[in-house]
Ligand binder design. Structure first.
Ligand SMILES: [Zn+2]
Length: 331
C-alpha cells in the first residue's frame, strides 16, 4: 500500500490540498450520492472528510432508466469538476433507500423509487469507470455517525431515522450490520399493535404505521399549545409509543448504551423527540438500563459521509475511513 500513515496524518493536520507540497495521495477524492424519493444529493469528499463541492437534483419519477441517467449525470459532473481542479477521483458511493444487497451491488426493492433488482453498482461502474459501492441509506447514515458523529465513542448503537418512513441500522463494533437478507436492524417493521394498520412491508401494526406522517406538524402544534393540541397530543403519544416499543425490543437484544436519532423529525423536533422517547423507553425496559438518546450530529449529511467512507474503502484506501474516527473536528 502506497498511502503511508504519515501521508494521512499530514492531511488530517489540515494541509491545503491545493498546495504543491501536498503528498499526491491527498488529492484523492470520492463522489458520494444519496438517492432519495424526491431528490438526489451528491458531494465531492476528500480524505479529511471535507465536502469540497455539492450538487443536487430532482429524483425523476418516471422510470428506472431516467433515474439511472440522473444519478450518472450528477456523479459525472462532480468527477469532471474534480479532474478540472487537479483532484483525483478514486471511487463513487451511492446510498439508496429500500432493500439493498451490498455484496452483489443490487437494489432489491425500493418502494419509493420503483426499483426491482437493479444492478446499480455495475451499471454505474461501467458508465463512470471508477469503483462503485452501493449501500442502504440507513446503514450508510449509521456508518457516517459511527465515524464522524454521535456514535464515534460507542462501539455498539442503534441508529434510527424518522421521516416519511423509519430507517434504522444496528452498529456493532463500529460497523453497520447487514444481516442475511439485508434487513438487519429494521426495527420500524416490528409489530407493535396487533390490530394496527397495514404497512408497506406487507405486515400490519408496524411501528412505521404509527410513527410517520406529519409528526413535524404535530410537534409544532404541541409547541404552540394552540387549538387542536389535544388531538395532536394523542397522535404524538401513539407515535412515541410505537417508536419506543420497537426501540425497546432492539435495545433488549443489543444491550447497547446509545440510540442515535436522525431524519426529518429529529431535525425539526429534536429535543421534544428525545424527551418523549426517554420517558416511553424507560417505561418499557426492565432488565436493560435505558440507553442514552442522542440526535445525529451529521444531520442529513450522515448517509453521504458514510457512503463516502465506503467509497474510499472500495477504492482500496481503507485507512482513510479509519483515520476519520480520530479527526479532531469532523466535517
Ligand atoms: Zn412494516
Amino acid at each position: 500500500v502506497r498511502i503511508a500513515g504519515a501521508a494521512a496524518v499530514t492531511v488530517l493536520e489540515g494541509l491545503d490540498i491545493s498546495s504543491g507540497a501536498t503528498p499526491a495521495g491527498s488529492r484523492h477524492v470520492v463522489v458520494a450520492l444519496q438517492v432519495g424519493a424526491a431528490s438526489i444529493r451528491a458531494a465531492l469528499v476528500d480524505r479529511s472528510a471535507v465536502q469540497l463541492a455539492v450538487e443536487a437534483g430532482m429524483t425523476p419519477q418516471t422510470n428506472t432508466p431516467d433515474l439511472l441517467e440522473a444519478i450518472a449525470l450528477l456523479a459525472g459532473r462532480l468527477i469532471a469538476q474534480a479532474c478540472g481542479e487537479g483532484l483525483v477521483p478514486v471511487g463513487v458511493g451511492v446510498a439508496v433507500p429500500g432493500i439493498v444487497d451490498e455484496e452483489l451491488g443490487l437494489v432489491r426493492r425500493s418502494a419509493n423509487l420503483v426499483w426491482k433488482d437493479v444492478a446499480l453498482r455495475q451499471i454505474l461502474a461501467d458508465r463512470l469507470r471508477l469503483p462503485v459501492v452501493l449501500e442502504q441509506d440507513a446503514r450508510a447514515g449509521a456508518r457516517g455517525e459511527a465515524l464522524l458523529g454521535a456514535g464515534r465513542y460507542a462501539p455498539d448503537f442503534l441508529f434510527m431515522v424518522v421521516g416519511d418512513g423509519i430507517g434504522s441500522a444496528v452498529v456493532l463494533d463500529g460497523h453497520p450490520r447487514t444481516g442475511v437478507h439485508g434487513v438487519a436492524g429494521e426495527v420500524g417493521h416490528i409489530r407493535v399493535r396487533e390490530d394496527g394498520l397495514p404497512c408497506g412491508c406487507g405486515g400490519h401494526g408496524c411501528a412505521e404505521t404509527l410513527a410517520t406522517g406529519d409528526l413535524t406538524g404535530v410537534a409544532e402544534i404541541l409547541d404552540d399549545g394552540a387549538g387542536g393540541a389535544s388531538a395532536a397530543t394523542v397522535v404524538w403519544r401513539d407515535a412515541m409509543a410505537g417508536l419506543a416499543s420497537s426501540m425497546a425490543a432492539a435495545v433488549a437484544v443489543l444491550d447497547c448504551s446509545l440510540v442515535v436519532l436522525g431524519g426529518r423529525l429529529a431535525t425539526s423536533a429534536g429535543e421534544r423527540l428525545v424527551r418523549s422517547l426517554q420517558t416511553e423507553l424507560g417505561a418499557r425496559l426492565s432488565l436493560v438500563p435505558p440507553p442514552d438518546l442522542q440526535l445525529a450530529r451529521l444531520g442529513d449529511a450522515a448517509s453521504l459521509m458514510g457512503v463516502a467512507s465506503s467509497a474510499f474503502e472500495a477504492a482500496g484506501l481503507p485507512a482513510v475511513a479509519k483515520a476519520w474516527r480520530t479527526l479532531a473536528r469532523p466535517a
